[in-house]
Design a protein around this ligand. Structure first.
Ligand SMILES: Cc1ncc(COP(=O)(O)O)c(C=O)c1O
Length: 309
């Protein structure tokens, strides 16, 4: 069962050198649910509530072959008694092409495989109008849950925390989670984002997403001044990883007992660790948001098994 109360706040005593006097906390959203883990439920929660209040049949959404978001949507819809449709990038794929897609089907998701050219149209108004005609009464959610409702759901990651936090570190894909977190921060708190993609235009993406929620441009700029983009921890780009990253993730697991994934959280935790080591965060309270994602390691599953854990 999806249970937000399972997301606890862990304090990692002894992980960092004691003379730095940094209190390191981890928001364990990875514990919310096995499939709808981490930021997935945060992003889906209000989309699903909207479906329920509008009496929609279900959710129609988009994702790549190894999308965490597709599995999470399929599982959440099943649990909430809704139907789900997933438009998958790549018309060469089939329902049994990999474990991620098989899981989607097990949760009752109807998969529709489309070409990369068609996939590129997914956010265009005319394309979405066509989908609404073909699939009436389905709520369309963008890839990665990247909409206003997703962002608002992610605010709760912060509002649930009672500790006084100075710095928040989080991984970034579509920027939905980081924007939600940013909207919930107080002006003295700083957000450090670690994009999983090489060359990702973090600031522009965040500006666009926050802008869509109707926040005035001047306030958006004020909010963005609380953000630091750490764009040097992508390890070669999206889905790429190195032995150094695997070794680091193994070290974290052995020392503190939770797993990271090599696509998002591993890189973000690595980036945070390096920043805390090399720059002065002394005498501060630091929060890492564990956004889950262990499901989505199917692409590197065999290597994960042997090289990481
Ligand atoms: C495990 C995990 N962490 C972080 C992210 C990045 O979140 P966002 O796309 O909201 O920036 C994702 C992608 O959704 C993810 O699957």
């Amino acid at each position: 069962m999806i249970d937000i109360n399972k997301s606890r706040l862990d304090k990692l005593d002894g992980f960092l050198s004691p003379d730095r006097n940094i209190s390191l906390f981890v928001k364990r959203d990875d514990l919310i649910h096995e499939e709808v883990s981490g930021n997935k439920w945060r992003k889906l929660k209000y989309n699903i509530e909207l479906c329920q209040s509008r009496k929609n049949k279900g959710v129609l959404t988009f994702g790549g072959a190894y999308s965490n978001h597709l599995v999470a949507t399929a599982a959440a819809c099943k649990e909430m008694g809704l139907e789900s449709i997933g438009f998958v990038r790549g018309d060469e794929l089939k329902e049994n092409s990999n474990d991620t897609l098989k899981r989607c089907v097990e949760f009752g998701m109807k998969l529709i495989f489309i070409s990369r050219e068609e996939y590129r149209l997914k956010n265009e108004k005319a394309y979405q109008e066509g989908l609404s005609l073909d699939y009436p009464n389905f709520h369309i959610v963008p890839e990665g849950g990247a909409n206003y409702y997703g962002m608002i759901g992610c605010q709760e990651i912060i509002t649930e925390i009672k500790e006084d936090i100075d710095h928040v570190f989080v991984s970034q894909g579509t920027a939905t989670t980081s924007c939600g977190i940013l909207l919930a921060l107080e002006p003295h708190q700083q957000l450090h984002v670690v994009p999983a993609l090489k060359g990702y235009e973090s600031e522009a993406e965040m500006r666009a997403l926050i802008g869509k929620s109707g926040i005035e441009p001047a306030w958006t700029e004020e909010l963005l001044s609380q953000v630091e983009v750490l764009n040097q921890y992508h390890f070669g780009g999206y889905g790429k990883c190195t032995e150094e990253l695997f070794a680091f993730m193994r070290m974290v697991y052995n020392q503190v007992g939770f797993k990271l994934d090599p696509v998002y959280t591993g890189k973000a935790f690595f980036g945070m660790f390096k920043e805390l080591e090399n720059r002065s965060y002394d005498n501060s309270n630091v929060l890492f948001v564990h956004t889950g994602g262990i499901q989505g390691i199917h692409g590197v599953e065999q290597r994960m098994k042997t090289l990481i854990y």
